[in-house]
Design a protein around this ligand. Structure first.
Ligand code: MN
Length: 426
């Protein structure tokens, strides 16, 4: 059998016609859940502008020499597939590559119309049943910006920040797939001029540009995951928009952190890009100073060079790019995040999701939230229809796009998109 990383080679070509700027060339092979008018939810992969129906591929016995049940593909979530372990899931990914390669001994191309569905004919569903959800705070630039705005520019980072990857536990069941509408939250806020709080719709709804990794292997309580072993437990990544209500957040967050400002919704991209597909895009992490404790030290390149972009589209206006960032800016990498998460013996389970925290760069056009881009509303963004934005208005659509690129090959996530709607509440 070929080595799993050979299928990342930029020279590989597919017999499927793939647009040159596609996020989904044969080097990607992400996993997701889809349905059509004719078929129930099931596991698929994406190649160019098509979804490959992996239940049908399994039923046609193309995976018959891999120790995996066909039933694993006939599911509404990827959890059972991920739980098979990397040895199996990597073998499936390798086989899919072989099935789709230009020069192949397999005959799937002859029956292509039975297996490939044009992307416009499928509905993409939530890929994972999320068990537990953790949101880190791992971008130094973001934490510095927020600390500067809300506390003290001289001491923007709290004393713990460079010693441990700060995080909070969020709400798993309100994580939704791209294209799900987001209702403006109601809640309590304390207006600047007021001594007592008021109730009403949040006026400061925001996005947060993040990525999230998904756990593909259980670890029992009492057992730590080391930085060296962390990647065994990480199946892959999605784009993550952590919708936030800044006015609610400001009033509620002391002393226990975010609650209703965050738990109304987070959106993810539908395709889970595997850690293995991102292998060619590894890059150095930022230098950590002061030196971290031994359990947070690591070897090798643990950050990923993934270009990230946020677009904002007011209703009846053009979509425009308002932020360009990169996941390589993260101060704390995923190995450190997972090692810290489990250092106390906290268990992890297949389907758990860990988001990075807002990923901001150092320049003002790389900030990953409206809060930072408009500097708390003091520098509104100018939209092409002549309007201004301090925070999100009803019917605004936010789209996040992410991809890695090298040697002319893009390995991408597609997008995560969501529109803000007025709350149905009174
Ligand atoms: Mn967040």
């Amino acid at each position: 059998m070929k080595h799993i990383f050979e299928i990342n080679h930029p020279s590989l070509k597919s017999w499927v016609d793939i647009p040159s700027d596609s996020h989904f060339p044969i080097q990607n092979i992400p996993f997701g859940i889809f349905k059509t008018n004719q078929s129930s939810p099931r596991v698929g992969t994406r190649i160019g502008d098509f979804v490959l129906d992996l239940l049908k591929v399994a039923e046609a016995d193309y995976f018959s020499d891999i120790q995996i049940s066909k039933d694993v593909f006939n599911q509404s979530f990827l959890n059972d597939f991920m739980a098979c372990g990397k040895k199996i899931t990597n073998a499936v990914r390798l086989r899919i590559s072989e099935l789709l390669q230009d020069e192949t001994k397999y005959d799937l191309q002859k029956y292509a119309e039975n297996f490939l569905i044009p992307i416009e004919k499928v509905e993409l569903l939530m890929p994972v049943k999320v068990g537990d959800y953790t949101d880190f705070y791992s971008s130094e630039e973001h934490a510095t910006n927020v600390g500067t705005m809300f506390r003290d520019p001289e001491n923007a980072l709290l004393p713990n920040w460079k010693h441990l990857p700060v995080a909070y536990h969020g709400r798993a069941s309100s994580i939704v797939v791209s294209d799900t509408p987001i209702y403006r939250p109601y809640g309590q806020t304390l207006p600047d001029s007021s001594k007592s709080p008021i109730y009403g719709a949040s006026r400061l709804v925001d996005f947060e540009l993040e990525m999230a990794f998904i756990i593909g292997k259980n670890n029992p309580s009492g057992h730590q995951v080391s930085t060296a072993d962390a990647e065994e437990f990480i199946f892959g990544f999605v784009l993550f928009n952590d919708w936030s209500a800044r006015d609610i957040q400001k009033w509620e967050y002391v002393p226990l952190g975010p609650f209703l400002a965050k738990n109304f919704a987070s959106s993810i991209s539908p395709w889970v890009v595997t850690l293995e597909a991102l292998e060619p895009f590894r890059t150095e992490s930022p230098t950590q100073n002061p030196t971290v404790l031994p359990y947070l030290q690591y070897e090798g390149m643990k950050n990923f060079d993934i270009s990230l972009e946020v677009q904002l589209q007011p209703q009846k206006s053009e979509n425009q790019t308002i932020c360009q960032s990169n996941s390589k800016y993260l101060y704390w990498n995923i190995n450190q995040q997972l090692a810290h998460h489990t250092v106390n013996g906290c268990n992890i389970q297949v389907g758990d999701m860990c988001a990075s925290g807002t990923i901001s760069g150092s320049s003002a056009d790389s900030f990953g939230s409206m809060l930072e881009l408009t500097w708390k509303g003091s520098k509104p963004l100018k939209m092409s229809d002549g309007s201004e934005r301090k925070f999100l208005q009803d019917f605004d659509t936010v789209t996040m796009i992410g991809y890695a690129e090298k040697n002319g090959i893009k390995v991408g996530f597609g997008e995560v998109k969501g529109q803000i709607l007025p709350s149905p509440k009174k």
